[in-house]
Design a protein around this ligand. Structure first.
Ligand code: NAD
Length: 264
């Protein structure tokens, strides 16, 4: 893969630490020769992101909280000032109140519903709009989703509804941006132990269930999501857009518990 992304530049949003899915994608892109800008959310995460940017020999594009659209504008201005044009953007951002990632979906509050949709869904559209202005023709946008958009998963609740809307956004954005050859895709990643995932009730059970019941009998690594992301961000996938690509050790293909799965 060395040289696959030579001459390409992109912004990766959503690295919190070295366990983040966005970090797996950043490393894969860097290994393939891309130049990378990272954003961070707030001072506490800046301390974690700074050394990671150094490891990538990358660029700190700015503190970005997607609920503050001025901060999103500032990131795109910083990147435009530094590079002019870019080739790709990764959106690996989601949030919902931990208290509602447990129990019944029925109990979702209006306030948290709106906030979850704003941060986890609208932000991708807001970012795509700003990216459009500085993306080269043939650029690529990528977001991260989960199987809880398609099937009911215990405790995933309002985040499942948000991911369904995010996946629909991928298709609408793919049409809007396709005229310029810009592609918009999502990876539906299997469960990975990250900061965000630790907010989901009984997450360890979900991890074990996927390990025992996926065709590959294990969970995915961020390195594997990273190289699949590299494919979608590179010209290797030039004919692919509006797609939700499952990187989940095949879990989404099975209809029942595996006959040899141990009890959890
Ligand atoms: P993570 O905690 O490493 O990353 C989540 C990121 O979202 C963090 O960098 C955080 O700063 C950012 N974020 C949250 N609210 C924000 C806001 N208001 N403004 C800007 N940034 C904000 O966790 P992760 O699991 O790597 O999550 C990345 C993406 O992958 C998310 O969209 C998540 O839903 C998705 N995903 C995760 C899994 C999993 O099992 N971990 C599976 C499928 C999809």
């Amino acid at each position: 893969i060395s040289g696959l992304m030579a001459g390409k530049r992109g912004i990766i949003m959503g690295v919190a630490n070295n366990r983040s899915i966005a970090w797996g994608i950043a490393k894969a892109c860097r290994d393939a020769g891309a130049e990378i800008a990272l954003t961070w959310q707030g001072d506490a995460l800046k301390k974690r992101v700074e050394p990671l940017v150094q490891e990538l020999d990358g660029f700190l594009a700015g503190d970005c909280d997607v609920t503050d659209l001025d901060s999103v504008d500032a990131v795109f201005k910083n990147v435009e000032d530094k590079w002019g044009k870019i080739d790709f953007v990764v959106h690996a951002i989601a949030f919902s109140d931990k208290d509602e990632l447990t129990g019944r979906y029925l109990d979702t509050t209006r306030e948290n519903f709106a906030r979850t949709m704003d941060i986890s869904v609208y932000s991708f559209t807001a970012i795509a709009k700003r990216a459009e202005a500085i993306l080269n023709d043939g650029g690529s946008l990528l977001t991260l989703t989960y199987y809880g958009a398609e099937k009911v998963m215990p405790n995933y609740n309002v985040m499942g509804v948000a991911k369904a809307a995010l996946e629909a956004s991928v298709r609408y954005l793919a049409v809007d941006m396709g005229k310029r050859g810009i592609r918009v895709n999502a990876i539906s990643a299997g469960p990975v132990k990250t900061l965000a995932a630790s907010g989901i009730g009984d997450f360890r059970y979900i991890l074990k269930w996927n390990e025992y019941n996926s065709p590959l009998k294990r969970n995915v690594s961020i390195g594997e999501v990273g190289t699949s992301g590299l494919y979608l961000l590179s010209d290797l996938s030039s004919g692919v857009t509006g797609e939700v690509h499952h990187v989940d050790c095949g879990y989404h293909t099975v209809g029942m518990k595996s006959v040899d799965a141990p009890d959890i």
